[in-house]
Ligand binder design. Structure first.
Ligand SMILES: O=P(O)(O)OC[C@H]1O[C@](O)(CO)[C@@H](O)[C@H]1O
Length: 309
């Protein structure tokens, strides 16, 4: 199975309003509620693609119960979340019906005690024994040490399980030092990590900081991958209008799916880019438009990037 870790799971709420204005009161025209947090979205996409997947991390309180209930509806997905005394957070995405622009609000998440963090590490080590790959995704809830991802990366490497890291801020800065096999930052996270806004230069810098391979998601510009085997850019067929929430998570699912099937890099990038684009066309994170995905698989282009910055 493929293992995804979401230490800060979330109940993701999407509100669509006819036209969003700061300082105004709004009537919501559509409400969607989904189990979320990055690794949960990755897992849902993987399960839809036909992979056996296990989700772990923390969940608690009434929101955690709703999240776990909803996860039982996903075929091929095993819930190995560790219960905690605090409540799973909510996130709210506001979609402006006029422009399609999205505004994201994320709660910090529950306080995790030392005993809960220790319990999680035991569960994680056990799960690694039957994992073909692991993705460590999203922010850290309060109470989890900032060096947590570096530790989890090293544990995966010691168990010889390929490990992908997708996080931000201090958790990313510390996590990359654990030497993950794969790092999947977006343009903003990459710039924050390296101080460079030039994607190729920043991607190479991120590798020097410890990542084996860096796959940067660049929004409408697709993916840039710098790997030990070569460098590629994967470009979606067109700029798509829709909800980009979860597009990066879908890219991670595409990379892992093709990785465990031992596909070569260009194919991994096509799958990741096609899934990411097909997610933009779906209104909720963790879902993708299947027909669009099949179409994009034949229209995403991959080109080699020859020169160093
Ligand atoms: O863990 P964070 O970095 O706060 O990100 C969580 C959020 O990101 C998303 O996974 C979208 O990528 C949402 O589902 C939401 O839960």
């Amino acid at each position: 199975m493929i293992l995804t870790v979401t230490l800060n799971t979330a109940l993701d709420i999407t509100y669509r309003v006819p036209s969003l204005r700061a300082g105004a009161s709004h009537r919501v025209s559509e409400v969607l509620e989904r189990p979320g947090g990055k690794g949960v979205n990755v897992a849902r996409v993987l399960a839809t693609l036909g992979h056996e997947v296990t989700v772990t991390g923390f969940s608690g309180g009434p929101t955690g119960r709703v999240l776990r209930d909803r996860l039982t509806e996903v075929p091929r997905l095993t819930d190995a979340l560790v219960p905690v005394s605090g409540a799973t957070r909510r996130t709210v995405t506001l979609v402006d019906g006029r422009t399609g622009a999205t505004t994201h609000l994320g709660e910090p998440g529950p306080d995790i005690t030392h005993a809960e963090w220790s319990a999680f590490q035991e569960v994680y080590e056990d799960l690694l024994a039957s994992a073909s790959a692991v993705a460590l995704c999203g922010s850290l809830p309060p109470g989890v040490p900032v060096g947590a991802y570096a530790h989890l990366v090293r544990t995966a490497r010691a168990a010889q399980v390929p490990v992908l890291l997708d996080t931000s801020g201090a958790a990313l800065r510390r996590g990359v030092a654990g030497r993950p096999d794969f790092l999947k930052p977006n343009a903003e996270e990459l710039a924050e990590l390296t101080g460079s806004h030039e994607p190729l230069r920043a991607t190479q810098d991120a590798r020097r900081r410890g990542a084996g391979t860096v796959i940067a998601s660049l929004g409408a510009d697709g993916l840039l991958a710098v790997t030990p085997e070569g460098r590629w850019r994967a470009t979606p067929p067109a700029t798509l209008a829709g909800n980009p929430t979860g597009a990066g998570d879908a890219a991670v699912a595409g990379l892992l799916s093709a990785l465990v099937e031992h596909r070569p890099w260009p194919e991994r990038l096509i799958r990741a880019t096609a899934l990411s684009a097909a997610t933009v066309l779906s209104p909720t994170a963790g879902d993708f438009d299947r027909a669009a995905y099949d179409r994009f698989l034949t229209t995403v282009t991959v080109t080699g990037v020859a020169t160093a910055a």
